[in-house]
Design a protein around this ligand. Structure first.
Ligand code: SF4
Length: 387
C-alpha cells in the first residue's frame, strides 16, 4: 500500500453560477433508506472529489471535470420559496423527511461557506415546518447546529454522515477533499449532545480495503462510541466509463496488487455492480458485526413512526423487513408487495378487506399490514431488527 498526501487529488475549483428552473424533486415513492419524500441538489459537482463517487458516472450528466467544477444554483432559495408555498400546489405535500444533499454534490462542500445555500434552505424548511434528513461528509455542518436544533425541536432532524471506514489514512486516499473520519465522528458526538439523531451511511465499503472484518468491526465499534443511532450499509458500484477509469487509476497507484481482484468482482455489469457472491459475503459479515454490537441496520421506527402517512409506514416497514431478510441471505416477497402498495393512492385503512387483491400481498403480508395499520408497528419486523 502506498499512501501519499491527500493533496495529490485536490485540484483548483471552477465555480459556475446558474439559475435553475426547479429545485425540489418529488420522489416517485417514499425512499426507505432515507425516509425522504422530497430531495434537492443545491450544487452539482462536488469538491470533495471522492475517488469512488458515482456522481462522476456519465449517467448523471454532471458537466465539466468532476471534483474540480461545481455548479451553484444561485436562485435556489427563491425557487424553494415558491415550491414550498402550499397555495401553489393542487395536492398537499407528501409527509416524510425532506432530503438535503444528494449524489451529485455534498451540500456542505467548501463553497457552501461562501454561498450558504444549505443554511438558508434549512431556515426555510424550519419556517415551513418540514422534517429534514441531511447526508454529508463535512464537518462544516457544525456551523448550522443552531438551526438544526430548532428544526429538531419543531419537526425533527436527522443528520447522517457517510463513511467508507474510520481509517483516516485510507480516507485521505479515497476521500481527498473531505475532513477525516475522526473529525466526522467528533462532529457526530457534538450533534448527539445537542439531542439530534445521527446515522452513519457506511457506503461504500471499498472492496478488499475497507470491507475486511477487522475494518468493518472497527467502524461499527467507533460508531457505537459516538452514540450513532443506526448504520446503513452498502457495497461499492463502479460504472464503466469515467467512474471506473478514475477509480482504477487511483487504485493502481496505491494498491496495484488488488487490480486483478477488482476485475474478478467487477465484470462490466451495466449498473456497475460487483458480483452477487461478493455482495452476499460482505452483507453477511456486516449483519454479524452489527448484531454483535446491537447496532440498528435501518433507520429506527421511533424516528419516523409519527412522520409518515400510514401507507408509507407500511411501505417502509415492508421494505425494511425485505432488506433484513436478504441481508441474512434469505428470499423475500415483501419488497414486491411494498412497491405495489407504494403505487396505491387510496388509504390502506379503507382497503382492509381487499388487501389480498394487491399484487404481492399473501396471507402473511396481509397480517403484517393489518398489524401496522392498527398498532403502528409489526412484531415480525421487531423480531428481525431486535437483538
Ligand atoms: S461527498 Fe458524496 S457527492 Fe461529494 S464526491 Fe464524495 S461521494 Fe461524491
Amino acid at each position: 500500500m502506498n499512501i501519499n498526501t491527500k493533496n495529490e487529488y485536490i485540484k483548483e475549483v471552477t465555480i459556475r453560477e446558474i439559475e435553475a428552473k426547479s429545485l425540489l424533486r418529488k420522489q416517485k415513492k417514499i425512499e426507505s433508506w432515507f425516509l425522504t419524500s422530497y430531495g434537492m441538489n443545491l450544487y452539482r459537482g462536488c469538491r470533495h472529489n471522492c475517488v469512488y463517487c458515482d456522481g462522476r458516472a456519465e449517467k448523471y450528466q454532471v458537466d465539466g471535470e468532476f471534483g474540480e467544477d461545481v455548479v451553484v444554483k444561485v436562485n435556489a432559495i427563491e425557487l424553494l420559496q415558491k415550491e414550498l408555498d402550499p397555495k401553489r400546489k393542487r395536492t398537499p405535500f407528501k409527509k416524510g423527511y425532506v432530503g438535503v444533499g444528494g449524489g451529485v454534490g455534498d451540500s456542505y462542500q467548501p463553497i457552501e461557506k461562501k454561498y450558504e445555500l444549505t443554511r438558508k434552505t434549512l431556515q426555510l424548511l424550519y419556517e415551513k415546518s418540514f422534517p429534514v434528513h441531511i447526508l454529508t461528509k463535512s464537518t462544516l455542518i457544525r456551523r448550522d447546529i443552531d438551526i438544526l436544533k430548532q428544526i429538531n425541536k419543531k419537526t425533527r432532524a436527522i443528520v447522517s454522515f457517510s463513511f467508507s471506514s474510520v481509517d483516516d489514512e485510507i480516507s485521505a486516499i479515497f476521500e481527498p477533499g473531505v475532513p477525516p473520519p475522526s473529525k466526522r465522528l467528533e462532529t457526530i458526538k457534538m450533534l448527539k449532545e445537542e439531542g439530534i439523531s445521527c446515522g452513519m451511511y457506511l457506503m461504500p465499503v471499498i472492496p478488499f480495503i475497507t470491507d475486511t472484518r477487522e475494518k468493518m468491526e472497527e467502524t461499527v465499534r467507533k460508531a457505537c462510541d459516538a452514540d450513532i443511532d443506526f448504520i446503513i450499509f452498502g457495497g461499492m458500484t463502479l460504472k464503466e466509463g469515467r467512474q471506473k477509469d478514475y477509480f482504477m487509476n487511483v487504485l493502481n497507484n496505491h494498491f496495484p496488487e488488488l487490480t486483478v481482484d477488482y476485475y474478478t468482482i467487477y465484470r462490466g455489469d451495466k449498473w456497475g455492480s460487483a458480483t452477487g457472491d461478493y455482495y452476499n459475503s460482505i452483507n453477511l459479515m456486516f449483519n454479524t458485526i452489527a448484531k454483535t454490537y446491537k447496532m440498528p441496520m435501518r433507520i429506527p421506527l421511533s424516528l419516523f413512526k409519527d412522520i409518515l402517512s400510514k401507507n408509507d409506514l407500511v411501505v417502509v416497514l415492508l421494505e425494511h423487513i425485505d432488506y433484513l431478510l436478504k441481508l441474512q441471505g434469505k428470499k423475500s416477497p415483501y419488497g414486491y408487495a411494498a412497491y405495489s402498495i407504494s403505487q396505491i393512492k387510496t388509504p390502506l385503512s379503507g382497503l382492509e378487506y381487499h388487501l389480498r387483491e394487491i399484487r404481492g400481498v399473501g396471507s402473511f403480508t396481509e397480517k403484517i399490514i393489518k398489524e401496522i395499520l392498527k398498532t403502528g408497528t409489526s412484531s415480525y419486523y421487531e423480531s428481525l431488527s431486535g437483538f
